[in-house]
Design a binder for this molecule. Structure first.
Ligand code: ATP
Length: 448
């Protein structure tokens, strides 16, 4: 098949286009779909889980493995309930909520602009709203057989609090000195009043957080360092300058313990929204956990012998939100020469769920093509597809974000060559079948 050419490319403008691609290809779709779904909960399918794992691996590589001053952990989701008293979540982690007396819908009082008209009132489309009430966002559960208050526990509302719980032990076992950081990736739960915009605001989601402990006098330097690092990371995921900006918080927006905060925002089809926050949390968390646990979480300077509480710089990114941002930036609908259109996910190869697809031109060529695919599979996540015409098979890989296709045709056996096709340019090239591994390694890295 001759190489195709793009005449026009359209970026994502309506979330529905992405939502339907994600459902159709099983990337992300409603949880418990057979029961009608459950609001604020999402499942990642075969392609989605590979994509999300790649994104988490990229974060872990950049924040933990490539550094000798960051340690990783994987804490439990349910912590001692005192954790959430110390952190202030039991008392303060709430949103203002209002109800409409007519249509019974519930809204966040600070997001009424998005409420839309009331479907239940005559003569007016305005909602009949109650006074705002505070609504705590932490999801509760009970532990053990007892129903009493002592058994009450919370699903963690953020992944960072267990990092403070573990600070002392991790520092001891890793023999780290200040400055150093502790990082983890994991689930967080928030009983959001209005989950919406696909996975953007969910009730169960994943966070990747770093708490970096430093001396007070070095807080600004480390803040700048991590802000730069995190922006570099997002750019490497394919989020270009037209999609990315930073927004410093105004003093009145800051949590009382927070000295400085900058949001990393992405331009979604529904507007600029936060995907990550960089925060200077001061000594608040370690001071509170010291107070509530009765354990001294201070450190002693090895030279001056001064005992002090380290200052914390936090980077907190939503894994699902970043996945969504990457998908939004990668999606394109293209008009091709000859009148056809294709949907393509221009994912950077490191994030692509499938790195290469092997496509025999005919089922009769299955034996040698299968052999090649099995060989590549040892190094990368590959895919074998022998059904449908070759054009359709290319389209299926384009919308799955597969960067490379390898076609085994009727000449391959005789001349030992295959056709490799690149997703974005659709350029094709004939190379020796024996050199495919090397050709891919030059574009994908030695293995993934
Ligand atoms: P928002 O103002 O959007 O509710 P936040 O400021 O409360 O977010 P943080 O507590 O700073 O968010 O959490 C850090 C990151 O976790 C956010 O930047 C976001 O990417 C992610 N996150 C927070 N809440 C949700 C949610 N309900 N669904 C998906 N991701 C979330």
């Amino acid at each position: 098949m001759a190489a195709e050419r793009t005449l026009k490319s359209r970026p994502l403008e309506r979330m529905d286009d992405l939502v339907s691609l994600c459902a159709r290809r099983g990337i992300v779709f409603a949880s418990s779909e057979i029961y009608g779904g459950i609001n604020g909960f999402w499942d990642y399918g075969p392609l989605g889980v590979e994509f999300k794992n790649n994104l988490k691996a990229a974060w872990w590589q950049a924040v933990v493995r490539e550094r000798d001053d960051v340690e990783g952990i994987d804490s439990s989701i349910i912590c001692h309930p005192r954790t959430w008293e110390a952190s202030g979540h039991v008392e303060h982690f709430s949103d203002p909520m209002v109800d409409c007396r007519a249509c019974k819908k519930r809204f966040r009082a600070d997001q009424l602009a998005d409420a839309g008209p009331c479907p239940a009132r005559e003569g007016t489309s305005e909602h009949d709203l109650t006074e705002p009430r505070r609504f705590n966002l932490m999801l509760q559960t009970r532990i053990g057989a007892s129903e009493d208050a002592a058994a009450l526990a919370y699903l963690r509302a953020e992944t960072c609090q267990p990092i403070f719980n573990d600070f002392r032990r991790v520092r001891e076992v890793s023999r780290q000195q200040i400055p150093f950081g502790i990082a983890q990736i994991g689930k967080a739960f928030r009983n959001e009043i209005n989950p919406r915009n696909f996975t953007f605001r969910s009730r169960e989601f994943e966070q990747a957080e770093l708490e970096f402990f430093c001396r007070e006098g070095e807080r600004d330097r480390w803040f700048e360092h991590w802000l730069d690092e995190r922006l570099r990371f997002h750019r490497a995921l394919g989020l270009g300058p037209e999609h990315l900006r930073t927004r410093p918080h105004a003093p009145e927006e800051l949590a009382h313990y927070c000295k400085r905060a900058v949001d990393v925002e992405f331009r979604f089809p529904f507007g600029w929204q936060e995907i990550e926050g960089i925060h200077d949390r001061g000594t608040w968390d370690l001071a509170r956990h010291s107070e509530y646990s009765g354990k001294d979480l201070g450190v002693t300077d090895p030279e001056t012998k001064e005992h002090y509480l380290p200052t914390v710089i936090e980077t907190s990114v939503g894994v699902d939100r970043t996945c969504l941002a990457v998908l939004c930036a990668a999606w394109a609908e293209e008009e091709l020469e000859g009148g056809e259109t294709r949907t393509v996910l221009r994912l950077v190869p490191a994030l692509a769920p499938i790195k290469a697809a092997v496509l025999p031109l005919s089922k009769k060529l299955g034996e040698p093509a299968g052999r090649l695919e099995r060989e590549l599979r040892r190094r990368w996540n590959t895919f074998y597809d022998d059904s449908g015409n070759i054009g359709k098979r290319y389209r299926r890989q384009d919308e799955a974000g597969t960067p490379f296709c390898i076609t085994w045709d009727f000449d391959s056996e005789a001349d030992g060559q295959v056709t490799v096709r690149e997703r974005d340019s659709m350029q094709q090239e004939r190379i020796p079948a024996a050199a495919v591994g090397e050709w891919l390694a030059a574009r994908l890295g030695p293995a993934a």
